[in-house]
Design a protein around this ligand. Structure first.
Ligand SMILES: Nc1ncnc2c1ncn2[C@@H]1O[C@H](COP(=O)(O)OP(=O)(O)OP(=O)(O)O)[C@@H](O)[C@H]1O
Ligand SMILES: [Mg+2]
Length: 265
């Protein structure tokens, strides 16, 4: 079983992710320039920035999909490769990418089946796949096929599937970007519940300023040409958060500040 940090203990442990003077290049093109950053274990970071500034590249760097051209990247004190092999992180993309012929439950179980069939000793969540589906509000829909579910439901299956190997870090790249506003609000609340119940660290890329403020303890703002760190904004709003908080002057102030930063990018 993997020891999972609690949100309350954030900052007292090995960082979930650490970048030291990290660069990413594609040929001559610099996608990420000299980013140094520490993500505390158990934290929730939203990531904002103009299109092409390197948000997805940053997640791919942390998840061992691309190597740094220079600098160092570690995940829970390990190399990104070691962290990948130990299933320390999981990815959730904008498209749920479920297997269409498998039920919701069977999709959630898939990473466990793959691990078993390859004889790999993978970490297993202390919640069963059914309990994970319940956690994301899909109790009763476990036998539905992906085409029988709404887009929001499919994303929830993808989140449950991402949690099945008890990752300590969840990398989310615009997971709710294709959903309508009401569904997105609902999933934002559910994601916060998942975060609070599991203690998982979350890096959440979004284009939506309200979503970034609503979810994050911090918002990491990137700049483009080349992609680099612009500012890290602490969102000092109490949890559990509620939709009504969006109407408060504090929320509006954070949003206005971030909008100003985005316009200056
Ligand atoms: N495999 C690749 N080869 C060449 N260039 C790449 C590659 N992947 C990304 N890039 C370039 O790196 C830059 C950053 O891309 P990235 O996808 O990280 O941006 P982003 O901030 O996620 O954008 P968006 O908000 O549109 O999703 C872009 O200019 C992109 O064209
Ligand atoms: Mg992207």
């Amino acid at each position: 079983m993997v020891a999972v940090s609690t949100n309350g203990a954030a900052g007292t442990q090995v960082p979930a992710a650490s970048l030291r003077n990290a660069w990413v290049k594609f040929g001559q093109f610099t996608a990420i320039q000299d980013i140094s950053l520490e993500i505390e274990a158990g934290a929730f970071y939203s990531i904002l920035g103009p299109s092409g500034c390197g948000k997805s590249t940053l997640l791919r760097l942390v998840s061992d999909l691309i190597p740094p051209a220079a600098g160092e990247v570690s995940v829970f004190g390990k190399t990104t490769e070691a962290a990948r092999l130990a299933r320390e992180f999981a990815f959730v993309f904008q498209d749920a990418t479920l297997l269409p012929w498998r039920s919701a439950l069977k999709n959630v179980e898939l990473p466990l089946e793959i691990g078993r069939s390859r004889g790999i000793d993978i970490p297993v969540s202390d919640k069963t796949p059914m309990e994970l589906l319940e956690l994301v509000g899909l109790k009763g829909r476990e036998n539905a096929l992906p085409h029988e579910l709404s887009g929001g439901m499919r994303q929830r299956v993808a989140i449950a599937r991402a949690l099945v190997c008890q990752p300590k870090l969840l990398l989310m790249d615009e997971p709710f970007g294709a959903l309508d506003e009401m569904t997105r609000d609902h999933l934002n609340l559910q994601l916060l519940k998942v975060w609070e119940e599991t203690g998982v660290t979350i890096l959440f890329v979004t284009h939506s300023i309200p979503e970034a403020v609503f979810l994050g303890q911090k918002v990491l703002m990137l700049k483009a040409h080349p992609g680099r760190l612009h500012e890290i904004v602490d969102i000092d709003l109490p949890y559990p958060r509620s939709i009504a908080q969006r109407d408060t002057p504090e929320f509006t102030r954070y949003s206005a500040h971030l909008r100003g930063l985005l316009e200056a990018c």
